[in-house]
Design a protein around this ligand. Structure first.
Ligand code: KG4
Ligand code: ZN
Length: 331
């Protein structure tokens, strides 16, 4: 089954083509240039930008896959969670194509896309532990099977990506700043400054990043004068450690197999090394999708949508966007 997948939940306009042989094309048009000067995503501008980009992005995906719309057999798109004005653009275009062509259609949960993205690169046996770390979410799930997700923990305040982005803003590194902190940190000393780590109640797998953000602000207000690279490396180390510790604890408590880390922050090079080493120390395998499938993309939506379409699942064309679409069950 050859599927066209569309993702516009936040600030990236993305389209992909997948078939039996895998991902034939995956195109992402970033809006960083639009939102950068505001220091954060402006929802109204995001939807307008999606309107401009969506058809050219779909055309590029079809061209790269060397197919036309005539070759597409089903359509899938993200329908939540995310910014409603953004979601509606991709969802309506997808439904329009499905309607005009008489093709099967299914909506996909963005978080499910992130949790399954690893399966584009390699098989992983169920159940696996899924840490989802992005700009909007930081949650830990037990991925029991395709479509069965048990939430084990979540952030009590900011998402990890939000902490990276707010820290980067304080350091004058632009928006979104996670990648820039990662880049600067590579040349820094991660033990230069000891930012406090939040420790949450025993027995839970929750996260908290507002404290480390505040302590960076205080450090700068107090005239902290360590080299920018050292500040980045130390700040990044605190966030990474607060992600690694509860995740490893959950993996050990639950006796799960592979730990899969996904979402935009899973592109972070220190998180990749630290989580892999911490896992190896206790005999646990850690897997990350390739970087292009960590940040927002339509290939992961195509994977999740295609699995459901192949099972015969469909949504009708009245499907609406949902800002808060839930995934799985809380435990
Ligand atoms: O998954 P994603 O592309 O969009 C959301 O659904 O949120 O994640 C974007 C987040 C941003 O906060 C960005 O700063 C962060 O991922 N990010 C990184 C890195 N690359 C992207 N954070 C730390 N290190 C990176 N290399
Ligand atoms: Zn995302």
């Amino acid at each position: 089954m050859r599927v066209l997948a569309i993702e516009t939940s936040c600030d990236d306009t993305a389209a992909a083509v997948l078939d039996d042989s895998g991902v034939r094309a995956s195109i992402v048009a970033s809006q960083d240039m639009v939102h950068g000067k505001y220091g954060g995503i402006v929802p109204e501008l995001a939807s307008r930008q999606h309107m401009l980009a969506i058809l050219p992005v779909i055309e590029r995906a079809l061209a790269e896959a060397a197919v036309t719309l005539d070759d597409i057999e089903a359509v899938t798109a993200t329908y939540g969670p995310g910014l409603v004005g953004s979601l509606l653009v991709g969802l309506q275009v997808a439904k329009g194509i499905a309607f005009e062509r008489g093709l099967p259609f299914i909506g996909v949960n963005h978080l499910e896309g992130h949790l399954l993205a690893i399966l584009l690169d390699r098989p992983v046996p169920f159940p696996y532990l899924g840490l989802l770390v992005s700009g909007g979410h930081t949650s830990l799930y037990l991925v029991e099977d395709l479509g069965r997700y048990r939430q084990l923990g979540r952030t009590r305040d900011d998402a990890a990506g939000e902490a990276f982005d707010k820290g980067a803003k304080m350091l004058g590194l632009g928006f979104p700043g996670g990648r820039e902190i990662d880049r600067r940190a590579a040349a820094g000393n991660r033990t230069a400054i000891r930012f406090p780590r939040a420790s949450l109640k025993q027995g839970r797998y929750d996260f908290s990043f507002s404290g480390v953000k505040t302590s960076l602000r205080q450090y700068l207000l107090d005239g902290g004068d360590a080299a920018l690279e050292d500040v980045c490396a130390s700040f990044q180390e605190a966030i990474v450690e607060m992600l690694v510790v509860p995740t490893l604890k959950a993996a050990r408590d639950l006796g799960t197999g592979v730990i899969v880390v996904s979402g935009g922050v899973s592109a972070n090079s220190r998180l990749r090394t630290a989580m892999t080493e911490a896992g190896a120390a206790v005999g646990l395998e850690v897997a990350f999708p390739r970087v292009a499938y960590c940040t927002d993309n339509a290939a992961m939506i195509g994977y999740a949508g295609r699995v459901r379409l192949l099972r015969g699942e469909r949504h009708d064309l009245t499907l609406n966007a949902s800002a808060t679409l839930p995934i799985g069950v809380a435990s």
